[in-house]
Design a protein around this ligand. Sequence first.
Ligand code: NAI
Length: 282
Amino acid sequence: MAALIIVIGSGTMGRGIAEVALGRGFRVHLVDPEEAQRALAQRSIESGISRSLARGLLGEDAARGWAQRLTLGPDWRGLSPKWVIEAIPERMELKGPLFAQLDQDFSEAVWLASNTSSIAITAIQGMARRFPHRVGGLHFFNPVPRMALVEVIAGMATAPQFIEESQALVRQWGKVPVAVPDRPGFLVNRVARPYYLESLRMVDEGVVGMEACDKVFEGAGFPMGPFRLMDLVGIDVNFAVTQSVFEQTFYDSRYRPHDLQQNKIRLGHLGRKTKRGFYVYE
Ligand code: NAI
């Protein structure tokens, strides 16, 4: 029988990871306390897999029967997975207790991975005191079905076998794993912070308009300008990552978060997922 992956959090990333695993023949149990989120995730996975099949991006054989290999629920009671991949909001006060619980609930043989964008893997594994060595980072990119890169991160206590097994796993999913160090923002998010932050400052200072800024970068070959990309990522998610990198670098001013983002969040304009962010989506 195909290996079981438990994905925790059925938002933007969790549903993407689930879709990719299902499309490659794995069994997936998707956990989310919000029933409405689970229903949305199920629909999104269905349309994602149909789209990938239509475009010839998935083998018919591997994807066949995916719907029977997917279960969804508010918890993981009674299940024996090979992997647990966490994709809940970027807040240590949520991820910490979750990993403490997972560490209690699963045997040592189960690998526990976090899809965190910026929280130190060593901090997360510090919450899994029984078997910290089976905890590591698997950082997928958005949209998961389309983005090949996966950053694989070892915390201070992560077993080398985690790196080997996780690289083998994501390769089976058609992804390209790259081992990166457990430093604030890992690699991509550290380098990407100034891309967003400098653009926010320039627009705020009236140096350039938002659309013009996006156009410049897209014209230069970036797939998306910074504002369109923040809307895709989720302005709340992007802001949380910036805050986390800022705090973990002991408040290095290069990573200081920006008001413009915070005010969007206050208004509930979070990007595509709320149909309104820097742009309006109908
Ligand atoms: P999201 O806000 O779209 O989804 C989070 C989901 O987690 C929601 O459905 C929520 O109901 C659920 N949730 C909250 N608490 C939970 C709990 N205790 N147990 C189970 N489910 C819970 O967030 P998104 O964007 O999917 O981000 C998830 C993680 O992935 C974050 O750590 C984020 O930094 C990271 N990430 C996000 C990327 C992006 O572009 N959005 C890219 C790469 C990583």
